[in-house]
Design a protein around this ligand. Structure first.
Ligand SMILES: Cc1cc2nc3c(=O)[nH]c(=O)nc-3n(C[C@H](O)[C@H](O)[C@H](O)COP(=O)(O)OP(=O)(O)OC[C@H]3O[C@@H](n4cnc5c(N)ncnc54)[C@H](O)[C@@H]3O)c2cc1C
Length: 400
């Protein structure tokens, strides 16, 4: 089995040699990075976090987060969409193993995930993870999902609408979070069901025009689901376990931030190369880097980058079931820091490199736009992280 160093080296090689040269064209056309996925599939990366006993590469959460950041350094859209696939695999495997289940639930889950992982390892299937809905309170964890799943013979009937579904049209399956529709009683977040919807299913439709400011190659369109049948063996986690995971395995929501850690690194690298005269169309070698003002700006960027990385590494090293309150709050700090600093480092990079760097032929222009999207990602947006950090610093559980 390859070591973590081997896999990081593969991610770097794929990124530098293949993803980077393609990134501008995908961005310009707003086209999904299909060729990058062919490379990821060929490298065995679709099974990156699937445990070895199912044929995957068995990478754990912390190692995955570092590999994801490396992918994000070369192509943000690839790293962000690939995270939807990897998070689906992580939630159903390593994270599910840490959740309390009855022996019957555990056995049923085991049977189902064997089938799910076979689709990935043997058929090369890609999974999307659309949970966001037009009523964003659900994705923020503050209300039940409006998309419903009603139990029928042999499976579920799913109805509802998702938006911002990255990989729309390019995934084979969509890991949809829904609320179990019951005959009586109010919808409850505890009744969240997590189902893999087949992209070719009857009643499943993709709509919308993903023509956006940043992350243009993520194909994050809308999904409409009308009486879509999902077989029982496509249930990605047992009933109620998503809710339990969200409470007890909070770092599950941090996996969007490595993409932006990578973007921050890329903006820093670009600025140094640009000021050293190594970027075509930039200043000639030797001139710009002598400016004390530019040196100060690069120093500020490096300080922010190191601060973000330190928080990121500390937080991912503390991930696991039922972390201490301090560790959970640090994860919010890390998420906030990475998402906000990534955009700030790109802002500083543009300002420091100057006017020639705003041309679309320059990579920095795309990094700047992509970095802006980090703070929009629910459920841990900077506002939600701030809200929790403030409240939980002043109140203990149970205090009103
Ligand atoms: C490039 C990209 C790819 C995406 N891919 C996916 C995907 O694959 N799957 C998926 O499920 N979603 C995805 N999303 C969606 C994302 O997670 C959000 O759901 C979406 O951006 C929210 O839309 P909104 O800004 O209109 O929400 P709004 O709720 O209107 O958010 C606006 C602002 O309000 C704040 N806010 C919202 N709710 C609360 C609250 N309860 N308390 C305090 N502040 C709050 C937020 O912090 C945010 O700053 C993606 C988004 C982007 C930009």
């Amino acid at each position: 089995m390859p070591t973590q160093e081997d896999l990081l080296a593969t991610a770097q090689c794929l990124g530098r040699e293949n993803f980077l040269p393609r990134a501008a064209a995908y961005d310009r056309a707003g086209r999904f990075p299909t060729e990058n996925y062919a490379d990821l599939r060929a490298a065995g990366f679709l099974g990156l976090v699937i445990p070895e006993r199912y044929g995957g590469l068995g990478v754990d959460y912390a190692s995955y987060m570092e590999i994801s950041a490396e992918l994000g350094r070369w192509c943000g859209a690839t790293a962000l969409t690939f995270n939807m696939h990897c998070a689906t695999m992580l939630w159903s495997s390593q994270m599910a193993d840490d959740l309390e289940m009855t022996p019957a639930q555990r056995a049923a889950h085991e049977q189902r995930r064997i089938g799910i992982y076979r689709k990935v390892i043997e058929d090369g299937a890609i999974f999307a993870q659309p949970f966001s809905e037009p009523n964003s309170a659900a994705a923020a964890g503050k209300a039940p999902f409006g998309t419903t799943a009603r139990k029928v013979d042999g499976g579920w009937l799913v109805n509802g609408r998702k938006h911002f579904a990255s990989l729309a049209g390019s995934a084979d399956y969509y890991g949809v979070l829904c609320t179990e529709a019951k005959e009586t009683g109010e919808a409850d977040v505890r009744d969240t069901i997590y189902l893999a919807v087949d992209g070719g299913a009857k009643g499943f439709e993709i709509s919308g025009d993903w023509d956006v400011l940043g992350m243009r190659a993520t194909s994050s369109n809308n999904l409409e689901l009308r009486d879509v049948f999902v077989a029982d063996d496509h249930q990605l986690m047992p009933r109620g376990k998503y809710y339990q995971a969200a409470l007890h395995w909070p770092h599950m929501f941090m996996s969007l931030c490595p993409t932006y850690m990578g973007i921050a690194q890329a903006a820093f690298d670009f600025t140094c190369q640009y000021l050293r005269g190594e970027i075509e169309g930039g200043p000639p070698a030797g001139s710009a880097r002598h400016s004390p003002a530019k040196q100060m700006a690069v120093a500020e960027m490096r300080i922010k980058l190191e601060q973000a990385r330190a928080m990121f590494l500390r937080a991912i090293s503390e991930a696991g079931a039922k972390p201490a309150k301090e560790a959970r709050l640090r994860a919010y700090v890390a998420q906030y820091t990475v998402m906000e600093f990534a955009n700030d480092i790109c802002r500083l990079a543009l300002r420091t490199c100057g006017g020639r760097a705003i041309f679309r032929t320059m990579r920095l222009e795309q990094l700047y736009r992509d970095s802006r999207c980090g703070a929009l990602m629910l459920p841990w947006t900077p506002e939600i992280c701030m809200e929790r950090l403030g409240r939980e610093s002043l109140f203990e559980a149970g205090e009103s």
